[in-house]
Write a protein that binds this ligand. Structure first.
Ligand SMILES: C[S@@+](CC[C@H](N)C(=O)[O-])C[C@H]1O[C@@H](n2cnc3c(N)ncnc32)[C@H](O)[C@@H]1O
Length: 274
């Protein structure tokens, strides 16, 4: 989806294409169709991305490397051939199937998922975002830091099961998801009960959903849905950044989290373990 206010969006997106899963996008039907090629194949896709010599840089550290060059490495059957450059995996790609795979749904400008991916180079990360005007910043961050284990999808998700096969993911991050405050829109909330059950389907047994929000009503709704479904809460805080809170979820923050906690707003957090 476009956004009128961002200048040079097309050229900025073109410069970071190698971090975008390029053939997913467009109409809902096209998204479903093309996402099906990746569904069940995400680890294979990441493993097909080329290793090169240069190590990943820190977030914010600009790269002097130029335009991407094709590696010529074949993609797995049914997948587009990724164009990669200046990218490396921290360890040899062996035992691909056992690598952990995480999703952030609605990743915005990608601060959180870039930092998570950089910190955990042996896992794979997918960020999905419906608005290119914000996603472009996430893509630029990944390219600047040459993060090999992170890729983004530009798509507005209707059913996440279009993108991931049963049991494919290790964890799902939902950060500051849109609240959809009107009761008639509750099915659109990312923590609506039926949607939580869809996440359970695409997670491995023992996988998790981690949810952060500034929105008290959405958090209360989420806790009610969790209780109604009899799901297991592993961690919870009504004030993640209070000095007393020691949860690891404090470590990687999002743009919205920084904005709201900077204004003194408490951040709600819950982690469901399936
Ligand atoms: C409030 S922002 C939070 C962004 C980021 N996670 C953060 O915490 O800073 C929610 C984001 O989710 C995206 N979003 C909402 N519904 C979506 C959907 N169905 N598919 C993909 N992205 C979606 C929006 O475009 C928006 O960028």
């Amino acid at each position: 989806m476009r956004h009128k206010k961002v200048k040079n969006l097309d050229s900025r997106l073109a410069a970071v294409q190698d971090y975008l899963v390029t053939d997913i996008g467009g109409s809902a039907l096209k998204v479903k169709e093309t996402a099906a090629k990746y569904k069940g194949n995400w680890r294979e896709y990441f493993a097909s991305l080329q290793e090169t010599a240069e190590p990943a840089a820190s977030i914010g550290q600009a790269t002097s490397t130029g335009q991407a060059a094709s590696t010529g490495q074949a993609a797995p059957a049914g997948l587009s051939n990724p164009v990669e450059s200046e990218i490396q995996h921290s360890t040899p790609i062996a035992d691909t199937d056992s690598r952990r795979l995480y999703l952030e749904l609605g990743c915005g400008k990608g601060k959180f998922i870039n930092a998570r991916a950089l910190d955990d180079p042996d896992a794979y990360f997918v960020g999905i975002e419906g608005l290119d005007a914000v996603l472009v910043r996430g893509l630029e961050r990944a390219k600047e830091a040459r993060i090999a284990n992170l890729r983004f999808v530009s798509a507005y998700v209707a059913d996440i099961r279009d993108f991931f096969a049963d049991g494919e993911l290790d964890g799902i991050y939902l950060n500051f998801s849109d609240p959809w405050p009107k009761p008639r829109h509750e099915k659109r909330r990312f923590t609506y009960g039926d949607t939580l059950l869809k996440y359970r389907q695409i997670l491995k047994p023992g996988g998790f959903v981690a949810f952060k929000t500034d929105n008290e009503d959405l958090f209360t709704f989420t806790l009610e849905e969790i209780e109604r479904l009899g799901l297991t809460i592993e961690e919870m805080s009504r004030d993640l950044h209070s000095p007393d809170c020691t949860l690891a979820a404090r470590r990687f923050t999002t743009e919205y989290e920084d904005k709201f906690s900077g204004k003194g707003k408490n951040i709600n957090y819950v982690k469901i373990r399936f």
